[in-house]
Design a protein. Structure first.
Length: 287
């Protein structure tokens, strides 16, 4: 850990407006602690967020940040990392943001294996828009807009990631502070695309997937002697949809991140000599 950086250095001066008890508080704290433990600091960290309750996280963290549009956080994060391979890029989103409108970007970000961390706050509901069923909601989950449930099976994000060629897949629980931090930290340290789905309960609109539910049902893969380097074992965990797991599900230790595969190691954020320095200059040059 850096002797000069504490996780509180990653806290901004903005007061979170999440509902009291929201799982996103624990998710964010774990992210900040993991960043500090891996020797990062606000000056070399870029947080990209999408839309939804999770999308506010870049405002509440002290670092470089961009609050993007719905489902588009991963392309922005990819661009930032390829332009500045030297900085730590963390992309944050929700289950609606990432697995609905952003699902296509998720697949391609996974297969490119860009060296960044993707944290998805999965509360199995659309919280910001007042409680509609999300891609990960249970098939019989009753909401005001789906009183008989969505009547379709939930998206399995881990299966989607594995099928897309993921080199790091994990599941954490925002309320288990130490384990959550450890898992995020391992994702940051992974050479490649580190994907962590986080059970982050919504205390306002989801009275099914609660803190108590996850505390009572979670199986820690570390305690179960799971070997995350065994892809077949990872498949068994991923397709065991009757069990809620926590831990690193799959890790390819031979992973080579995109920038190393393709020799992308220069700072491309610097404007080349002779190039227009602004959009105005570009227009003037064109005309």
């Amino acid at each position: 850990m850096s002797s000069d950086i504490r996780f509180t250095d990653f806290k901004s001066d903005k007061q979170p407006t999440w509902c009291p008890g929201c799982g996103d508080f624990g998710t964010m704290n774990g992210m900040m602690k993991a960043l500090a433990e891996t020797g990062n600091d606000p000056d070399n960290t870029f947080v990209v967020a999408g839309i939804g309750c999770s999308g506010k996280i870049g405002t509440y963290m002290h670092s470089y940040a961009l609050h993007g549009v719905h489902g588009r956080a991963l392309p922005v994060g990819t661009g930032v990392k390829l332009a500045r391979p030297d900085i730590e890029v963390m992309v944050a989103g929700g289950d609606g943001d990432g697995y609905s409108i952003g699902a296509g970007h998720f697949v391609h970000a996974v297969r490119r294996n860009v060296d960044m961390t993707y944290v998805v706050m999965d509360n199995r509901i659309y919280g910001l828009t007042k409680g509609q069923a999300s891609p990960t909601s249970r098939e019989d989950f009753e909401t005001s807009t789906s009183p008989e449930g969505p009547k379709q099976p939930p998206v399995n994000p881990h299966a989607l990631a594995l099928a897309s060629g993921a080199t790091f897949i994990a599941q954490s629980f925002s309320s288990d502070a130490l384990r959550h931090q450890e898992i995020i930290q391992e994702a940051i340290e992974h050479d490649g695309f580190g994907f962590v789905n986080v059970y982050s309960p919504c205390v306002t609109f989801n009275d099914v997937d609660t803190y108590d539910y996850f505390r009572d049902t979670l199986v820690d893969l570390q305690e179960a002697d799971h070997d995350p380097t065994d892809r077949d074992a990872a498949k068994d965990v991923i397709f065991d949809t009757e069990t809620e797991h926590q831990g690193v599900i799959y890790k390819n230790e031979a992973s080579v991140p995109y920038h190393e595969q393709h020799g992308v190691d220069e700072d491309m954020s610097v404007i080349p000599d002779g190039a227009p320095e602004s959009a105005t200059d570009l227009v003037r040059e064109f005309y």
